[in-house]
Write a protein that binds this ligand. Structure first.
Ligand code: NAD
Length: 258
């Protein structure tokens, strides 16, 4: 059996499947991963240095402007064939869940339900001082073009500066989301990791947890990110090609009654 046939076989036999996704799944929707260089006023910055409370404290307009620009890109983007394949698979397989490190909403817009967001969301900002969410999200039509420094708006309750409600480096993951993710991974018999470099902890530990709990792991990535364990299958290529191909084979298997 080829590696693809083996992966399809595992997928067809699985009863509980978890998709664990990272920035790579949204790359073909035009949303850059952190491996790509920034341009404009952010050129020369490593995104990981902009994703910190320290960076926000030192230069709020730089960080707020960067997030507004990212929100605009997400608002203009569409889910791609990889996002769309997941809810289709959910119709064919027994139980499918999605855990994402992404802060975009492309899984939801593709039709996936109950997506667990480990790193928060770009959509609704929160207050840097009192941590409460914004009363209303900023109007999409006022989002700036690339390169704007923008003073963050003020919290309607405490007058603190608003910040994006995403998890910055050095911050804890949301407890509920993390607990839900660990439970789903411990209970699954197959985890499909899509477009994640496996570097950002603790989320990156979820494929290991799946293997330790006896599940199989399929990696879908443009580069080899497998850890060389048994029960791991590395499918190298673009997510927007590989996930629809897996979907097609499952559909064909259903038609044949296998
Ligand atoms: P990452 O940037 O560290 O790695 C991206 C991975 O995707 C790489 O391994 C790369 O080889 C792979 N990849 C790139 N294009 C691909 C494609 N078309 N098909 C399949 N794989 C592809 O991303 P990460 O592992 O998610 O972790 C970094 C952090 O980046 C996360 O915390 C996440 O919140 C944040 N982030 C999110 C977004 C988003 O919401 N879309 C975008 C950029 C960064």
């Amino acid at each position: 059996m080829t590696i693809i046939e083996q992966a399809v076989d595992v997928l067809q036999k699985a009863t509980k499947v978890v998709f664990f996704t990272g920035a790579g799944i949204s790359a073909e929707s035009g949303i850059p991963t952190y491996r790509e260089k920034l341009s404009g006023i952010w050129a020369g910055y490593d995104p990981r240095d902009l994703e910190t409370a320290k960076a926000f404290r030192e230069n709020p307009p730089l960080i707020w402007g960067w997030y507004l620009w990212r929100r605009l890109r997400v608002a203009q983007a569409e889910p791609n064939a990889a996002h769309l394949a997941i809810p289709h698979m959910a119709n064919l397989l027994r139980h499918v869940s999605v855990i994402t490190q992404n802060i975009d909403d492309l899984h939801e817009r593709a039709g996936s339900l109950n997506v667990v967001h480990l790193h928060g969301s770009l959509v609704m900002p929160k207050c840097f001082a009192c941590h409460r969410p914004a009363v209303v999200p900023p109007d999409q039509s006022t989002l700036p073009v690339e390169g704007a420094l923008v003073e963050p708006p003020r919290c309607k309750r405490c007058n603190g500066k608003m910040r994006p409600a995403v998890i910055w480096y050095g911050e804890d993951l949301p407890t509920q989301a993390w607990k839900a993710a660990v439970q789903l991974v411990k209970d699954c018999d197959l985890l499909i990791s899509v477009g994640t470099s496996g570097i950002v902890m603790p989320a990156a530990g979820l494929p290991d947890l799946a293997l330790e709990s006896g599940a199989s792991v399929i990696h879908v990535n443009k580069t080899d990110v497998a850890m060389g364990e048994n029960r791991e299958f590395m499918l190298i290529g673009a997510a927007a090609e590989i996930l629809p191909m897996l979907l097609e084979r499952i559909e064909a298997g259903k038609t044949r009654g296998t």
